[in-house]
Design a protein around this ligand. Sequence first.
Ligand SMILES: [Zn+2]
Length: 278
Amino acid sequence: MMYAPFYVISFAFGATIASFLNVVVWRVPRGESIISPRSHCPKCGATIRWWQNVPILSWLALRGRCANCGEPISPRYLFVEILGGALFAAAFWRYGIFAPLAWVWISLMITGSFIDFDHKLLPDFVTVGGMVYGIAVSVSFWAAGAFCGVSLPPPDGSAFFIKPLTSLLGAAAGFGSLWLVRFLGTLAFRREAMGMGDVLLLGAVGALQGPVATVAVIIISSIAGSAVGLSAIALSKTKFGSFAEIPFGPYICLGSLVWMFRGPELASWYLGFLGFGP
Ligand SMILES: [Zn+2]
């Protein structure tokens, strides 16, 4: 376990970034600055001291309550911090020294998911920003290879080091396929069937992970989204007519992260399952 300290550092860094993402998720859709004022309790206004703001540990030490007034702090803050830590550590396991490139993407996916859950919207910095990031990663990887005079092989089992042309094709495939779904759905239901944010988000997935990933992500997100949606209807928390109002963005993000960690294995398992395997 010579790498153990790197996993611990990755986890701690991920939890810290996720703690900041909790602030972004709360403030950005409300048009508030993410820099100032400092974090404060929404009930009593007490400023949160640095030692009350240590990811995961502070929430546990304070048992999920404001140190000043005792107002409960949502366990979601704790959940997002643990999620960020776990995903950053998993990215180190999968990508080693390239993990920071995955960390940026993981941060965008966490932010997009929770803003979409809360507000049913996906901010441009996640969707358009993600698309620019996807293309930039592939161009940089290609340029680094060209600079060294070799064609760099992608790291073993990588699901996102793709050629610039593949990146552009992926962006077009992701954007185009959901745009078509949105267009046909809007014709069929005579109202907006899907947000433009979802269309742009799948374009971003394609730009980073390529056209094959967009197909896989559509499959994964449709299955996960339907399972959650149908369960919600079965538990009669929502009516069938409101099915279209369940945000789809979080499932696209989920699919993209599944692809990032287990994509190629999943694809060959699925093809084998269908009888196309070796
Ligand atoms: Zn308070």
